[in-house]
Design a protein around this ligand. Sequence first.
Ligand code: KIV
Ligand code: ZN
Length: 541
Amino acid sequence: MTSPISRETDENVVLFFDTTLRDGEQSPGATLSSSEKLEIARQLKRLGVDIIEAGFPAASPDDLAAVQRIAQEVGTEDGPIICGLARAVEQDIRTCWEGVKMAARPRIHTFLGTSDIHLKYQTGLTRAQAIEVVKTNVALARSLCADVEFSPMDAGRTDPQFLVEICATAVAAGATTLNIPDTVGYVTPQEWGELIAMLVAETPGAGPGSGVIWSVHCHNDLGMATANSLAGVVNGARQVEVTINGIGERAGNTSLEEVAMALQTRPQFYNLRTNINSREIVKTSRMVSNYTGMHVQPNKAIVGANAFAHEAGIHQDGMLKNASTYEIMTPESVGWTQSRLVLGKHSGRHALKVRLHELGYELEKEQVNAVFERFKVLADAKKNVTDADLEALMADELHRPVEYFKLAEIQVTCGTMGMPTATAKMVTPEGEETIVAAVGTGPVDACYRAVDLVVQCPNTLIEYSVHSVTAGIDALGEVTVRIAEPASGRSFGGYGADDDIIVASVKAYLAALNRMVAGMGLGTKVQPEGDAATVAISAGD
Ligand code: KIV
Ligand code: ZN
């Protein structure tokens, strides 16, 4: 069976299948709006991924609509393949086709659990029945779409001989890519490499020269996802399924940035190429982190804040003499711009626009105006406005979720005397201004209690983190929060940046709350109590 993927048939190229918008979005708290998904998809295209798994169209009408939009707007002739996920059931596959068919190069990705554990406890199918389900549904997918991927879910714990049988069935029914998932992150690199080598060699109709592409999809439960994916590549896989920052179910998926940079940094070892434009990596990482509210740990390879920081004296000494002493790749090669001084308070709108353009942002006039207002305030407070500051402003200004509730003003008193108290002026979804005040255990707690008086969406704060964008007392503060809705346990993230960390904290909290309002379908139900002049005092418990 010949793959319909034409531009990348070179067997020395590893294809990048990005599933940030599907598996990544399954991370607790990573719910994305459809416009955020579209923006991420556009950035993934700039990053050079070969395939975008845009979502799971049968999951909800919103998911379907988001996949359709990405298929139309990003899946252009010069763009990536746009893929949708579908269980191996007729309705899912037909809905998936509705999602992706507008793309210049659509793909249907269908899957079925094949381990004895999944067959026994999840689907109740016998192995013989599973073979029939795969045969019927892969054939259905292929009748709709020339590019079909099949995944035997939980392959890492599936009997290898049954895996051969299932994969051969899928290829005979029309699958063009066979993706082997280690769904629960269980295998070791050596086992995984051997399994992939065996499948490539022994699956009828899918060996070298068949045109079938072998793919690996590894989860990170034991921290081995990147090592396992690379072991798969060494043993014949030519597609890796990855997410930005490694987000995904539980401990996440393989990180795109880690596999891409391993292949790029060690050409003598791997001797393989990719279509990834590594200079877009950091920007993509920040976008995904900001939209999902999932903070990147400082020591994360490639994209963590400390990935290129040198602390020990001997390391700094070496770096000053020659960067190759302690750096195996340059920060610029993955898109870390030198935090160089770019603009100041005398810089005008045009200079700002030009610099933002250089950083890759194409803005409408109103967007430039909005960012310029923020820039002026920042430049007044802080002499040196760096690229990192601008990126944070962009994230805060342009990437907010739909704002049902808005912050107009906030004031806090705190210190060693008295109770931390916050007074907030908020704008409700009906456009009314409401002023509230609350006391709390600290200034952030007081602010959040004040906001709660207006928004009235009970939630639990499960994560709060603050850090400065650049060094210095006048640095912008970035805050990410995660809140959970108590009844369902669903969690929502938010991001805020400001030169005042209390304001950044409130922005992040409101962003998460607004996502919760949207995600729980509360947009029309939430009605703040009291009139515009209400002053309510909430004593912390
Ligand atoms: O982890 C997994 O098995 C998956 C499949 C749907 C490919 O995400
Ligand atoms: Zn997965």
